[in-house]
Design a protein around this ligand. Structure first.
Ligand SMILES: C[S@@+](CC[C@H](N)C(=O)[O-])C[C@H]1O[C@@H](n2cnc3c(N)ncnc32)[C@H](O)[C@@H]1O
Length: 265
């Protein structure tokens, strides 16, 4: 598993800008093809031929600008989807609503390269087991860095009434959903803040959990090592920097064979 360095966060390295340049480059070639067809044989090409050219060229160009095969499929699909949407005459406010909802949930995919995906119930039970094995299973403080829609915290809050569970989440819609869930949590021991994980002082917590992506892991581990107190436990779901040691790796018995990397401070 590789971890990004700073250059991966530069504007030019973000997939969005490569996707956009692939489509713009393909658009330029399509205009050239259409112009040549018109000038040489006096032929105006049908719209579906132009869309097919745009899709093929964008998919091929993507391979030359460092995007994987998966992105080529996205590049191929985009012109067809745009044409389909125009054909269906979808009202413009629908796009605005979709954009706002997507941004409100996936805000951190653009800035931190961390989208929303959720820990499953096998992981929740494994975390509960780790709390039970901790030096003080009856009382402690737990934080979920990037707590999504709050499922992990609400499960643990119900299972471990003596512990305090805190979440930090900066995507607005995920925050609102998890905040409402925390208000009705059974033991009233769950709280969520609308804040950035980089502003939280980890010294206050016995157990810190994160399920993010490879991108921020190096920086996060640095923060964990600087701030967590001796004996504290850091758990990262799925992602761990190559060149950093951990104390234990639990492989869970779920479909995706989730790995929990554990470091004791
Ligand atoms: C993969 S999801 C995990 C959700 C939850 N922890 C779980 O396990 O179900 C990662 C979450 O971290 C949030 N996130 C990413 N970077 C963040 C940041 N800098 N500050 C706050 N939240 C962040 C994302 O918005 C997303 O909801």
């Amino acid at each position: 598993m590789s971890v990004s360095n700073n250059s991966q966060n530069s504007v030019a390295e973000r997939p969005f800008f490569r996707l956009l340049s692939g489509q713009i480059g393909a658009g330029g070639l399509v205009v050239a093809i259409e112009t040549a067809a018109w000038m040489w044989v006096g032929l105006g090409l049908d719209i579906w031929i132009l869309v097919a050219c745009q899709a093929f060229l964008a998919a091929i160009l993507s391979r030359f600008i460092g995007l994987g095969w998966g992105w080529s499929v996205v590049q191929f699909a985009l012109p067809w989807a745009t044409w389909g949407a125009l054909y269906l005459k979808i009202p413009s406010w629908v796009y605005l609503v979709c954009f706002v909802l997507t941004y409100a949930i996936y805000k951190n995919a653009r800035t931190e390269r961390v989208p929303l995906y959720l820990s499953n119930s096998t992981t929740w039970r494994a975390l509960e087991g780790l709390i039970e094995k901790s030096p003080n299973p009856e009382r402690g403080n737990f934080i979920d860095l990037g707590s999504g829609v709050g499922g992990t915290l609400c499960y643990l809050g119900k299972a471990k009434s003596g512990w305090i569970f805190k979440g930090v989440e900066s995507a607005p819609l995920s925050f609102v959903i998890s905040w409402v869930r925390s208000l009705i949590s059974v033991n009233r021991n769950v709280s969520i803040s609308l804040s950035d994980i980089w502003t939280v002082d980890l010294a206050d917590f016995d157990m810190v959990y994160a399920f993010l992506s490879p991108a921020p892991m190096e920086k996060l581990l640095e923060k964990v090592k600087n701030e967590m107190r001796a004996g504290g436990v850091f758990i990262s779901n799925s992602f761990w920097p190559d060149d950093e040691g951990f104390d234990e790796c639990l492989e869970l018995d779920d479909a995706r064979k989730t790995k929990l990397y554990i470091k004791i401070m």
